[in-house]
Design a binder for this molecule. Structure first.
Ligand SMILES: NC(=O)c1ccc[n+]([C@@H]2O[C@H](COP(=O)([O-])OP(=O)(O)OC[C@H]3O[C@@H](n4cnc5c(N)ncnc54)[C@H](OP(=O)(O)O)[C@@H]3O)[C@@H](O)[C@H]2O)c1
Length: 262
């Protein structure tokens, strides 16, 4: 259902982590809905290639910024990129996962988890939320994870940061609704992306493709605070959240992630 999407969430959408994987799929789906795009990632090559392709295919405007979303002046970079255009939709998709044993990661890595997965979405929701509230419309999507539903060994800091995004989106979903702003946390399970494949999981698990994750997120925006993408992921989430005790759910996740990453 794309009718009225551009009027509700356009004319410009900002997507972080847009050059590949789920972020690239967001860029493609939003371009197909006629939104102009502000795309952010650290590497210029793939970002610029995607921008050129989407301009040619959809006749939209696409601007890119090569920036780490952890940088302290992120909002200034994003304002310069937007150049005063109306940003009606913000998708925070870039993430840092700090896989592996907690005590073996450097503290700098753990801080990067906070900066990319917590500080950046908080700053963007606050900054662009104010502009959206002044216009009386807009949308904010935070890409998060099944891992954010409970503590998850071997990715403890990542899971905690993903819980932050879920709870932030839930609160803002209700608080910002009267201002005309729709907020959504999209919780993905294992999804076939270059980043997932680069993590070299030793155990094979069923993977979703990025496209359907994004379509489920965009369909849920404005309808609910949180969506778990994919039927299998919803079943797993039901077991974890409703049937297992909290400690059993954590141990279940631990067994699974140790097999994948220890
Ligand atoms: N794939 C999965 O299995 C899975 C499962 C659950 C949840 N998720 C969530 O879905 C989202 C997307 O995941 P993904 O698998 O597509 O991979 P990802 O590594 O989170 O995102 C890849 C994209 O983000 C960019 N990026 C990474 N770090 C960045 C940073 N610090 N600043 C700016 N851009 C950055 C990458 O380009 P550059 O390298 O050029 O910066 C690339 O465009 C994440 O929020 C993740 O937590 C994914």
């Amino acid at each position: 259902m794309t009718d009225g999407f551009r009027e509700r969430y356009g004319p410009w959408a900002l997507v972080t982590g847009a050059s590949e994987g789920i972020g690239e799929s967001f860029a493609r789906s939003l371009a197909a809905r006629g939104l102009n795009l502000l795309l952010v990632a650290r590497r210029a090559g793939p970002l610029d290639a995607l921008a050129a392709e989407l301009r040619a295919a959809h006749g939209i405007q696409v601007r890119t910024a090569t920036a780490d979303v952890a940088r302290p002046d992120l909002l200034a970079v994003l304002d310069a990129l937007a150049g005063g255009e109306e940003v009606g939709l913000v998708v925070h998709n870039a993430a840092f996962s700090a896989l592996g044993p907690f005590l073996e990661r450097s503290f700098a890595d753990l801080q990067q988890v906070i900066d990319v997965n917590c500080r950046a979405p908080l700053a963007m929701a606050h900054h662009f939320g104010k502009k959206m509230a002044a216009r009386g419309r807009g949308g904010i999507v935070l890409m998060t994870s099944l891992a954010g539903g409970q503590g998850t060994p071997m990715v403890a800091s990542y899971a905690a940061s993903k819980a932050f995004e879920i709870v932030l989106a839930e609160g803002l979903w209700d608080e910002l609704r009267p201002a005309g702003i729709d907020v959504l946390a999209c919780r993905a399970g294992a999804t076939r992306t270059p980043s997932y494949e680069a993590s070299r999981p030793r155990k094979k698990v069923p993977l979703m493709e990025a496209g359907p994750v994004v379509e489920e997120a965009l369909a849920a925006l404005g309808r609910q605070p949180v969506v778990v993408a994919g039927r299998l992921n919803r079943a797993v989430n039901f077991v974890m959240q409703r049937l297992l005790s909290r400690s059993a759910a954590i141990r279940f996740m631990g067994k699974h992630t140790r097999k994948m990453y220890e």
